[in-house]
Design a protein around this ligand. Structure first.
Ligand code: AMP
Length: 520
């Protein structure tokens, strides 16, 4: 089944209902959306000479045409490569080249950058700027019949956000995305035609993926015009569009919960905030629940198993008085309907409840592999299981708690230390706004626990003695940082994930310098 059938079906059944909106304004009805998708598909095949299986990159900020282009690409039997529009030009060039995209669809603000790639990236033959002459021509092309797709055909090359190494294209098939969409309705929320999804986070990542079940069910897709997560705008869009859900990284949820524009706002139209992609700390979550009520659901997934490994439901969040609630909301929930999830040791033996090991996943949502990378694919999918690189453990009720990325684990004096636990502890101090804990190479300890701290009040940061005391009060002595460093902000990637690698690299450089030029 080709996923593009969803738009054609809605276009036929509910031609006049709104399908796409930009801010408060309707951009297209379902029949408009269906017509544009099939016409642009015709143009991509006819004018631009693309054949089924060819890749088309999209580098665009969130706007309705993003979804028109995406569904046109699928309609024509092509593969979409959504690229985060906030990446550096060289990073974009790398992804376009690696995916072998022949056409790049973009917007005005990236047109110059995109044109600059034609010639330097050899596979790239044409750039289409939405709203421009070529786009208008494509949209006026004779429509193309929906191209058949096999379930195994690639649909979306999802370039992993690259907090480690060069990004790789997780190849997501039509089946992967169909199963992901069905599983959303099984585990997160039922979606009705009167609902909508707001895209405040980039469509190239989680927001775009979770947009799909909404399109499948005929809900409206709304684009935030600010191009980001803006409390004032979100409050007014909630008033305008009922049944609203949106996806946000934990850092964005935290920001929104602190935004006065949302504090007293009428949230009766708000259905669900889906957060995930990085840990959400307990204190932040409690505050978000105070502001948004029982509307939060957490998901744990990765590009390789698109947004679908475990979930912590709205009901789990709401049961605040229940036993072990804190433990529950520190977890990432329980396995999704369509996957098997295990925690295994280095020999791939399943570990008992309470023991930490690598999280592995099997199911129809798991990617076909990394685009053109057979070795990395074989390594990651060994034994038929996706090796997530995350370390976690199950509790007796089947809830999974993530300790960390396996690469983030600190080994100090032979002891395993999960930075997240130390971070959670330091955040208990009211003077700490954000914190990231990493290992610094150390001749005596192997690695020394180092905490990068952002103070809530930069003029009056907490003293290191106070921070030490919070650690001593809550975690084993050996886990407490040997060193604290104050920063104005933590380095994050474009999806709001803290770039621990950058902090670690900085410490490694420093240790090397100290080795070369010992002090004293
Ligand atoms: P990406 O493929 O860029 O979405 O990154 C996926 C990684 O983000 C996962 O392997 C986890 O390490 C992390 N992650 C995703 N969801 C969560 C979550 N709910 N809590 C903690 N970490 C998460």
């Amino acid at each position: 089944m080709n996923l593009a059938v969803w738009v054609q079906r809605q276009g036929f059944q509910r031609p006049d209902d709104p399908a796409l909106a930009e801010g408060e304004r309707v951009h297209a009805s379902w029949s408009d959306f269906a017509r544009t998708a099939s016409a642009v598909a015709g143009g991509l095949r006819g004018d631009l000479g693309l054949s089924p299986g060819d890749r088309v990159a999209i580098v665009m900020r969130n706007r309705p045409e993003y979804l028109e282009a995406m569904f046109a690409i699928w309609h024509a039997g092509l593969v979409v490569v959504p690229v985060n529009a906030r990446l550096h030009q060289d990073e974009i060039a790398y992804i376009v080249d690696d995916s072998g995209a022949r056409v790049l669809v973009t917007d005005d603000s990236h047109a110059e950058l995109a044109e600059g790639l034609v010639g330097s990236v050899t596979c790239l033959q044409a750039v289409v700027v939405v709203g421009g002459q070529r786009w208008k021509q494509l949209a006026a092309s004779p429509s193309c019949v929906l191209v058949d797709a096999n379930p195994e055909d690639p649909a979306w090359l999802f370039y992993t956000s690259g907090t480690t190494g060069r990004p790789k294209g997780a190849t997501l098939t039509h089946r992967n995305l169909l199963v992901m969409s069905l599983s959303y309705t099984a585990d997160i929320d039922w979606i009705s035609q009167r609902d909508c999804i707001l895209h405040a986070a980039p469509l190239s990542h989680g927001s775009g993926l979770y947009g799909l079940p909404h399109i499948a069910r005929g809900a409206l897709s709304v684009m935030a015009q600010s191009g980001g997560v803006d409390g004032q705008e979100i409050a007014s869009l909630i008033r305008r569009w009922p049944g609203m859900s949106f996806f946000a990284a934990p850092t964005m949820v935290k920001r929104l919960a602190e935004d006065p524009a949302l504090a007293g706002a009428d949230l009766s139209n708000l259905k669900t905030i889906i957060y995930g992609g990085a840990p959400m700390y307990l204190a932040d979550l409690e505050r978000a629940l105070d502001v948004f009520g029982p509307r939060l659901a957490q998901i744990y997934g990765q590009g390789e198993a698109p947004m679908t490994i475990t979930a912590l439901s709205k009901e789990d969040h709401a049961a605040r008085e229940g036993p072990r609630w804190e433990e529950r909301v520190r977890s990432v929930g329980s396995p999704r309907t369509d996957v098997e999830v295990r925690v295994v040791d280095d020999e791939h033996r399943e570990l008992p409840v309470g023991e930490a090991g690598e999280v592995v996943v099997r199911g129809d949502v798991v990617m076909a592999g990394y685009w053109m990378q057979p070795d990395a694919t074989a390594e990651t999918l060994r034994g038929g299981w996706l090796h997530t690189g995350d370390v976690g453990s199950f509790d007796a009720d089947g809830y999974l708690t993530l300790r960390d990325r396996s690469k983030d684990l600190i080994i100090s004096g032979g002891m395993n230390i999960y930075p997240r636990e130390v971070e959670e502890t330091l955040l208990l101090h009211p003077g700490v706004r954000a914190v990231s804990v990493v290992g610094k190479p150390d001749p005596e300890w192997g690695e020394a626990v180092t905490a990068f701290v952002v103070a809530a009040d930069t003029d009056n940061p907490p003293s290191f003695e106070e921070l030490d005391k919070v650690c001593l009060d809550h975690v084993a002595r050996y886990k407490r940082p040997k060193e604290y460093r104050l920063l104005d902000s933590l380095p994050t990637n474009n999806y709001g994930k803290v770039l621990k690698r950058q902090l670690r690299d900085h410490l490694v450089d420093e240790a090397e310098r100290e080795d070369r030029d010992p002090v004293g």
